[in-house]
Write a new protein. Sequence first.
Length: 211
Amino acid sequence: MERKPAAGSIRNKERSKKKFLDAVGKILKTKGYAGLKINDIAATAGVDKKMIYTYFGGLDGLIDEYIRLQDYWSKATAKEVEKILPKTDDGWELFTKGMLLSQFDYVYGNVEAQKLLLWRLSESRTSLAKLTATQEENGEHLFKLMDTQFKEHEQEFRSIMAIMVSGLYYLNMFSSVNGSVFCGIDVNTPEGRDKIKEAVSFLVEQSYTKL
């Protein structure tokens, strides 16, 4: 009979995996993606580097897992969306506002997510390309649900969403790196962020009204 692994071994494995993932985040925040070397990750985690191969198949597997856990839009899976379907009798307007505003707050409060965005803009990497592909797959699932609302104007709505998603990403990255004031709005103050959120709500409302 096959012997089941002890519960303690499973817990140790999960703790070690978390240490590696946390180490990737620490290095990314302090040294940037160029500092993600297998020896440095293992030293920061305090775990034998051999376990990176055992648990993740290597450095790329570890980074793939880290990226998957960090990105906001990759978490918007089809399964999670299905849970809120009964609440979409407004044509997804409240859902659209909520997703955009949640993204805005998530990236602002997550330095690792900001570094990840900068990394995606500055380097071509298989794991980062996978992230983009996953985002598009999840986004396509959402858009197909909303396309019935906009019909022949679906491309206009998608274009508006592209501008808002990318704009909210940029505002957060800009405010954390080169200054907090953009177009006279201080994005690092509660008042300034509230103004941005009001603008997002206005743009979503106008999209649903005009398209």
